[in-house]
Write a protein of this length. Structure first.
Length: 253
């Protein structure tokens, strides 16, 4: 039987064409698990279903990581401050995804998202909500550390969206908490975080709650600190309540 690549090549007159990354992952999944008879839409349903096997989840996670580790879509991997790509981590079955901006020094050093001071604060917030950090999915819009921790450029966000889109497609979260203005603007361009925080956005069938980045909380003092802490706490509580409404059986512990 002709394989999918050959069919595509014959349709395009023998020319090699670049397949979308999600299709590449699904093709490899079909091959690995002998699922040739299943259509791509059925396969995606299988990937999203709750009873999906741990093996399928692990396979997809590893495929996406392979694509990430080989990625040269933008020049950030050449930056002097960059030592390694920082993949998302947590549950690939979670109805809740947290999205930050880009790795900082500690994240780049350890190859894990949200492990510096801001990450510690994020873990404290989750623990206070009785949520095990491992049961949510935590990632950044951009996966390589920008020089001097500057805000990622629009071109870098666009390039790295190829990876984020794979995470969104295969994890299929019900609720996203965006941390800071970069992820907010990914879903709702030209938005101000000050005006948008705490306001639900409903995009692509996902409820998105924008809030401040934990690093922003750490930069506050006095009355501003109290106010921002309360705002972030309230945004997290509303997002968790929404997850519990949409996915009451999901165990966060
Ligand atoms: S920032 Fe993203 S797009 Fe750019 S090289 Fe790193 S992984 Fe690739």
């Amino acid at each position: 039987m002709q394989n999918f690549n050959n069919i595509i090549m014959s349709v395009f007159g023998g020319r090699e064409i670049e397949l979308p990354l999600n299709i590449k992952v699904l093709m490899n999944l079909k091959k690995e698990f002998g699922l040739d008879e299943i259509s791509y839409s059925e396969l995606l349903k299988k990937v999203h279903c709750d009873e999906q096997s741990q093996e399928i989840r692990e396979f997809i996670k590893n495929e996406v990581r392979k694509i990430l580790y080989e990625c040269k879509y933008c020049p950030l991997h050449l930056a002097d401050c960059h030592t390694q790509k920082v993949p998302g981590e947590g549950s690939w079955n979670s109805p809740l995804m947290l999205i930050g901006e880009a790795p900082g020094f500690e994240e780049d050093r350890l190859g894990r998202p949200f492990v510096g001071r801001a990450g510690e604060l994020l873990t404290v917030i989750l623990n206070k909500l009785n949520i095990d950090r491992k049961k949510v999915y935590i990632t950044n819009v951009v996966k390589c550390r920008p020089p001097q921790n500057r805000t990622p450029l629009a071109s870098e966000v666009k390039a790295c969206s190829k990876i984020l889109e794979l995470e969104l497609e295969f994890i299929s979260p019900k609720v996203i908490i965006t941390l800071g203005s970069v992820p907010l603007n990914y879903f709702k361009p030209k938005s101000s975080i000050v005006q948008s925080r705490g306001q639900w956005i409903y995009e692509r069938g996902i409820w998105i709650m924008p809030t401040f980045h934990p690093a922003f909380i750490l930069r506050q003092g006095g009355e501003a600190l109290k106010r921002v802490k309360w705002q972030v706490w309230s945004d997290f509580n509303r997002a968790i309540a929404k997850v519990k409404e949409l996915k009451p059986d999901y165990d966060f512990n």
